[in-house]
Ligand binder design. Structure first.
Ligand code: PBG
Length: 329
């Protein structure tokens, strides 16, 4: 009780503040998302994601070597697929010489110890921009899950350490786990996007991969029939628990900042590592405000990343990974 207790004592100098600080960000917290494109010598900036790029395989090699030097040890791969290779079934996703499969090998060649995770969902491959197969205005569940399981095996075959299904179909973790077991990939991990919300914060990502749902008749214009309603909390726990029961090694909450209540709740409920994805729209907002001189970029970035970790994230997927690590020195 005051005056016996004065809380400000523990805040009175930089040294004491650092001594009692509860949450410390370090390079090993991060999973670095990378966007890969076909071609050579390509490093194109994504307009809605300043200072973030689509890379061709040669530049992917350079990038992962740089990440490794900085102490960043895990990447999450996404590919931008040319329109002429897209169809409703996402067939290109299973091409063993497809861009994702080549990207996995490229990272492993450049940096054998880098942990490689891959996005598993149909949207970059889908002519309709959906995470599953579309029929009669619906996104088919079980048919899509079959492709996702085959896709996961194909990534494992190419050398992926972890597959990261981001589609939100029911039962996909079990099917993927069984497919990996059947094919002998006993050590391939699954990081499940377990509580993935139907969020407007994914806009810049869909620009990056040209993967937004297309606006044509009889195709749903949003992902609300599979991604979660952002008003819901109990459902997030149910989704997460089911993914763990089905064989997920790591579970994820996505997006980050608006969902830290969910992160904490899941962290309290489960005993597997919890990942948080600070998504493209969160990145874009900070960059845009900083460009205008309205926010201090580095300060806001570190505050947000620390808040994500404090909420319970063991792993942070973030486009700020390099910026943050540079700042840590
Ligand atoms: C695709 C996928 C998305 C993101 C990761 N995987 C977009 C979506 O679901 O539409 C979003 C990542 C981001 O916004 O940074 N299944």
């Amino acid at each position: 009780m005051y005056p016996l207790i004065r809380n400000r004592r523990l805040r009175s100098s930089k040294a004491i503040r650092s001594l009692v600080r509860e949450t410390i960000i370090s390079p090993s917290d991060f999973l670095v998302p990378l966007f890969v494109v076909e071609g050579k010598g390509i490093k194109e900036e994504i307009p809605s994601m300043p200072n973030y790029y689509r890379l061709s395989l040669d530049n992917l090699t350079k990038e992962v070597k740089e990440l490794w030097k900085m102490g960043l040890r895990s990447v999450l791969l996404f590919v931008k697929v040319p329109d002429n290779l897209k169809d409703n079934q996402g067939s290109e996703a299973l091409n063993e010489n497809g861009l994702m499969q080549l990207a996995i090998k490229t990272v492993k060649n450049a940096c054998p110890e880098m942990l490689v995770m891959t996005d598993v969902a149909l949207d970059p491959y889908s002519s309709y921009g959906h995470d599953g197969i579309v029929a009669d205005g619906q996104i088919l569940n079980d048919e899509s899950v079959e492709v996702l399981a085959e896709m996961s095996v194909s990534h494992a075959q190419a050398g992926a350490d972890f597959v990261a299904p981001s589609d939100m179909m029911d039962g996909r973790i079990l099917s993927i786990r069984e497919a990996l077991e059947d094919e002998g990939y006993l050590n391939t991990g699954i990081m499940a996007y377990s509580a993935k919300y139907a969020s407007a914060f994914y806009g810049p990502f869909r620009d990056a991969l040209d993967s937004a749902p297309v606006d044509i008749k009889n195709v749903p214009k949003d992902k609300n029939t599979y991604q979660m309603d952002y008003a819901n909390r109990f459902e997030a726990i149910r989704e997460t628990q089911m993914d763990i029961d089905e064989g997920a090694d790591i579970v994820m909450v996505k997006p980050g900042l608006c969902y830290l209540d969910i992160v904490r709740e899941i962290k309290n409920e489960v005993d597997v590592p919890v990942a948080v994805y600070q998504v493209s729209g969160e990145y874009a907002m900070v960059k845009a405000a900083a460009e205008k001189g309205w926010l201090d970029h580095d300060a806001v970035m570190m505050e947000q990343l620390t808040a994500i970790k404090r909420a319970g994230a063991n792993i942070i997927a973030s486009y700020f990974a390099k910026d943050a690590v540079k700042l840590l020195g």
